[in-house]
Ligand binder design. Structure first.
Ligand code: PEP
Length: 234
C-alpha cells in the first residue's frame, strides 16, 4: 500500500487534448515553470502522451494508462513505459474517459497496474448531474486504497468561461464530499483534491477545504495556472 504523505497542497494541471503543437506545449510548460519558481505547492503537469518525453523540469503525469505491461494492444501506453519516461503520476478514471465507455472494472485494472508499476495514481471520481452522490462515490471507490482522490462532480467540469458559469459546488459541498470520500475509504489521511472549473479567483476558497486542485481549462493559461499555484503555496 502506498501513501503520499505531504503537507504541501497539490496542483495538477490537466491539459486534456491541448495544445495543438509541441512548440505551444513547450512554451506553455516553460512559462509555467518560470512562473512557479519557488512556489511551495507540489505541482504536476499532465500533458497529452505525445509531449511527455519532451517536457523537462516539472513533475509529469499522464492522463490515462493501460493495464498491461506490453503486447498486442494497439494505441495503448503501459505503466512501465510511463515510468521509463520519468512520469510520476497518472490520472485514472477521468470522467471524460468514463464518458467514452470506461467502466469501473477497467478503471480498477488500470489503477492496480499503475500502482504496481510505482506510479502515483490520481483517481477521479464524481457524480453526474442528478445522480446520487453517495451511491456513485461508493461504487467508484469500492476496493480502492493507496491513491490520491480527485473529487470532480461531472456537472462542474469544463463549464466554459470559468467566470460566467452556472453554479459550481460551494466549498462547503466540496468539503462534505471530501469527508464522505474519507469515510468511504475509512482513511482520514487520504489526499483529496477538487476539480471542476477551478481558476485563479476560486482556488483559494476551495484550497481551504481540500488538499489540492485539478484545473483543466485554467492550466492552459500560464498566468492563471501560476496564480492558482500561488494560492496553493501556503
Ligand atoms: C479536469 O480536467 O479534470 C477539469 C476539472 O477541467 P476544468 O477545470 O476545465 O473544469
Amino acid at each position: 500500500m502506498y501513501y503520499y504523505w505531504s503537507m504541501k497542497k497539490l496542483v495538477v494541471g490537466n491539459w486534456k487534448m491541448n495544445p495543438a503543437s509541441l512548440k505551444e506545449a513547450q512554451e506553455l510548460f516553460d512559462a509555467i515553470k518560470d512562473g512557479i519558481k519557488g512556489a511551495k505547492a507540489e505541482v504536476v503537469i499532465c500533458p497529452p502522451f505525445i509531449y511527455l518525453s519532451q517536457l523537462k523540469g516539472l513533475p509529469l503525469g499522464a492522463q490515462d494508462v493501460f493495464y498491461e505491461e506490453r503486447g498486442t494492444f494497439t494505441g495503448e501506453i503501459s505503466p512501465t513505459q510511463l515510468k521509463d519516461l520519468g512520469v510520476e503520476y497518472v490520472l485514472v478514471g477521468h470522467s471524460e474517459r468514463r464518458k467514452l465507455g470506461e467502466t469501473s472494472e477497467l478503471v480498477a485494472k488500470k489503477m492496480q497496474a499503475a500502482l504496481t508499476a510505482g506510479l502515483k495514481v490520481i483517481l477521479c471520481v464524481g457524480e453526474n448531474e442528478g445522480e446520487n452522490k453517495e451511491e456513485v462515490l461508493r461504487q467508484q471507490l469500492a476496493g480502492v486504497s493507496g491513491v490520491i482522490v480527485a473529487y470532480e462532480p461531472v456537472w462542474a467540469i469544463s463549464t466554459g468561461d470559468p467566470y460566467k458559469t452556472k453554479a459550481l459546488p460551494t466549498p462547503q459541498i466540496v468539503k462534505e464530499s471530501a469527508d464522505l470520500i474519507k469515510k468511504i475509504l475509512g482513511d482520514e489521511n487520504v489526499r483529496v483534491i477538487y476539480g471542476g472549473s477551478t481558476n485563479a479567483a476560486n482556488a483559494k476558497e476551495y484550497l481551504e477545504v481540500v488538499d489540492g486542485l485539478l484545473p483543466g481549462g485554467a492550466s492552459l493559461k500560464a498566468d492563471e495556472f501560476v496564480k492558482i499555484v500561488e494560492s496553493a503555496s501556503v
